[in-house]
Design a protein around this ligand. Sequence first.
Ligand SMILES: N[C@@H]1[C@@H](O)[C@H](O)[C@@H](COP(=O)(O)O)O[C@@H]1O
Length: 365
Amino acid sequence: MRMSPIYDSTEHHERDIFLTEICESGDVLRRTAGRLREQRRALHEVRHRLAGRRLILTGMGSSADAVTGLASVLGRSGRESTVINTAELLHFRLASLTDQHGVIIVSQSGHSVEAVKLMNALTKDRAIPVVVVTNMADSPLADAADFAITLGAGVEVGPSSKTYVATMLVMQVLAELLACDDEVETVLARAGHRADVAANALAAWIGDAEGVGGRLADWIEKAQSLFVVGRGVGVTAAELNALVLKESAHVPAQSMDAAEFRHGPLELAAPGLAVALICVEPSVAALDARLRTDLLSRGAAVMTIGIDACRTDDLPIDYVLPGSEPLIDAGLIALPLLLAAWAEASRRSETPGAFSVGAKVTTCE
Ligand SMILES: N[C@@H]1[C@@H](O)[C@H](O)[C@@H](COP(=O)(O)O)O[C@@H]1O
């Protein structure tokens, strides 16, 4: 796939499509909030259909990352949910679904093979309500679904960036619809306000997109191996960042829960190891600080990317945002390493973000 550069008249230079899409993330947040308002009736129905049900949350790739964050936030409000990647659910666990369950399938493209196959398998059993979240209203997944909530993020050609950020805003709205009693209108009004604030918060990084990405890419290039770790909803951003670093820049970044990192991978702490620590959960900031100190004391390099509420003397944050709600934070905080992925990709290829082995949309299992 050859991607043509897009001329950006405001910046007076050419930006390729991957960078353009990353930089659209702020505008897309506002657009998605507006799109959600247009779908208020469908959102009422989602709440009604899933009320009291045991929730199964599923997706692949960046969409699996998004539902992982949703499960974390639902759990804080006492709402049980289970995350199962769509392939695992499709091939091994369909028999575990009962008429007590409700399923949320997230797929940006609405074309991922496992999601489409799962949808077809589930529509045979109408007792299980299925809600789809997708960017593509015109897709096999949306067509087969009773309820498809669409992102309205516009077409995305490069690796997940603006659609991921938009998905996280929708995850926030779903978390509120499924775990609190506020009126749909109230939830949507809050989402609109938060989208606005979040878009403004991203402006500084987007305004210096090449600089932010380039500096982080320089840091990554010095390392022999790279981990991206976080806790709570930070896992979502860590997974997404490592995925995009791999698929766009061929950087073999590994992601995991920062708690899991202590259970073995910590042995790698030495010069040559770089750890990007996503700090978006203030309740565990002291644990993040301790991990950072332990890594530094062994000669590893640590870069912290997080929200202001996590910042302490022991946990300086290198790339900081004011912070909003956890799921929105998990979307926004991915920006610096997305920009690094772009910068690294653009050093390696004339068409940064173009897939050469896999694909933007996986239609083959
Ligand atoms: N290479 C892409 C990933 O980047 C993407 O995250 C995943 C899920 O895509 P979707 O959300 O469209 O189902 O599919 C493909 O494998």
